[in-house]
Design a protein around this ligand. Structure first.
Ligand SMILES: Nc1ncnc2c1ncn2[C@@H]1O[C@H](COP(=O)(O)OP(=O)(O)OP(=O)(O)O)[C@@H](O)[C@H]1O
Ligand SMILES: [Mg+2]
Length: 380
């Protein structure tokens, strides 16, 4: 195959995107002023809980929905904007839907050929055969070209859906939870396959998922959505280590959220916070003495000891539940009125009722800003 078409241009720019639906409560804004940019060739994920507006955002980018505000540009060309709506078939993109349809009467080959057969201007037969064969080889389905598409495993059907989205060599690939129908093992394998394929083709990709591990493992950048808004975007590391809100901290990985009061600011910006009956040193923050704050403590930043270690500010508690997950083990420890989730050594897991002495690593402790106004307003 020659140079993939997707290297052209400079990616996707979404600015101030809004979308309203008519619902029982009247007109409801389900995508609210969403802006993000995907550089050409990058893998970008929208991550958020069910109903937060991920699919709607994707459908607006695909042109399947008309926007109620904002602008969408691909390689500098406006696709959606005031007075402009380019229809989906003229957007030069491929999409895998949340529930992708498999037509029982078509072979694998015909499935992938379909977008080419309906393309205008017409594509010559020989050219169609060549493109389909190349694409099936990319997703390792060449051997199955003559088989009815229903006679395939879940993973093969998923690859087929990706092949169909890629066969026209689009500039942009849109994927809506493409792995959610697969079992856990296959999902992990397909995650790697899909990412490798995307890298090899260098195709700009917008991926939608509610699975934070998937988003972290696959993406160059992740945007976290809540109630139609984009709360934070950054690399997986930034989102995980510097969550901008309580919601992001809690949704991306597990976090123990604990109230505290700032005692002192130290030279260099670190602060001392009184929380859980001890004083904790916390990474840089603007909060001043006396201020009430919420601390996020990651489970792997808390060490549980069976006997009191010789360290300052150790928390004493009791194990109230324990989970052994194979590679990791974690337990819940009751400390005063608060329950903390703590990572522990899977070789010497604690048991329910055991005493636990907790040591908190300062670098795993961050101060979370306020989440701002409640996002649950209704417009119109
Ligand atoms: N056609 C529609 N008409 C009215 N409301 C809709 C329509 N489609 C979606 N909604 C509403 O818009 C909101 C966002 O839906 P959307 O499908 O974008 O969520 P999502 O983030 O993709 O969720 P999931 O993870 O469950 O797929 C939801 O409250 C949903 O009920
Ligand atoms: Mg969805």
């Amino acid at each position: 195959m020659g140079q993939p078409a997707c290297h052209r241009g400079n990616g996707l720019e979404v600015t101030g995107l809004c979308k309203d639906y008519l619902a029982d409560r009247g007109r409801q804004r389900v995508v609210r002023d969403v802006s993000f940019t995907i550089e050409a060739g990058r893998f970008y994920s929208l991550l958020g809980p069910s109903g937060c507006g991920k699919t709607t955002t994707l459908r607006c980018v695909a042109g399947l929905e008309r926007c109620d505000g904002g602008e969408i540009r691909l390689s500098g060309t406006v696709l959606s904007g005031p007075g402009r709506h380019v229809p989906p078939e003229r957007r030069d993109l491929g999409m895998v839907f949340q529930s992708y349809a498999i037509w029982p009467h078509l072979t694998v080959f015909e499935h992938v050929a379909f977008p080419l057969r309906v393309a205008r201007p017409r594509i010559a037969r020989a050219q169609i055969a060549r493109l389909v064969e190349e694409t099936l080889a990319l997703v390792q389905l060449s051997e199955l070209a003559g088989r009815p598409a229903v006679a395939m495993s879940g993973g093969q059907q998923q690859r087929l859906a990706v092949a169909r989205a890629l066969v026209r060599r689009p500039r942009l690939l849109l994927l809506d939870e493409p792995l959610s129908n697969l079992d856990a093992r296959l999902r992990d394998a397909m995650r790697g396959e899909l990412r490798n394929l995307q890298r090899r083709l260098g195709i700009t990709t917008l991926y939608v998922t509610h699975d934070q591990a998937e988003a972290m493992a696959m993406s160059d950048r992740v945007a976290v959505m809540q109630d139609g808004r984009l709360m934070q975007e950054g690399t997986p590391q930034e989102i995980y280590h510097q969550p901008a809100t309580r919601f992001v901290a809690d949704f991306v990985g597990r976090a123990n959220l604990v109230p505290g009061t700032v005692e002192e600011r130290l030279a260099g910006g670190d602060i001392l916070v009184r929380a859980l009956g001890v004083t904790l040193r916390v990474g840089p923050s603007d909060a001043g003495p006396g201020e009430q704050v919420t601390l996020s403590l990651r489970p792997h930043g808390i060490r549980a000891h069976p006997t009191r270690p010789d360290a300052p500010d150790v928390l004493a508690g009791v194990v109230i539940s324990a989970e052994f997950l194979g590679e990791i083990a974690q337990c819940q420890v009751q400390v005063g009125g608060v329950t903390l989730t703590v990572r522990q050594d899977p070789l010497t897991p604690a048991r329910i009722g055991d005493q636990a002495f907790l040591e908190i690593a300062p670098q795993s402790c961050i101060v979370l800003p306020d989440d701002g106004p409640d996002a649950d307003e209704v417009t119109g």
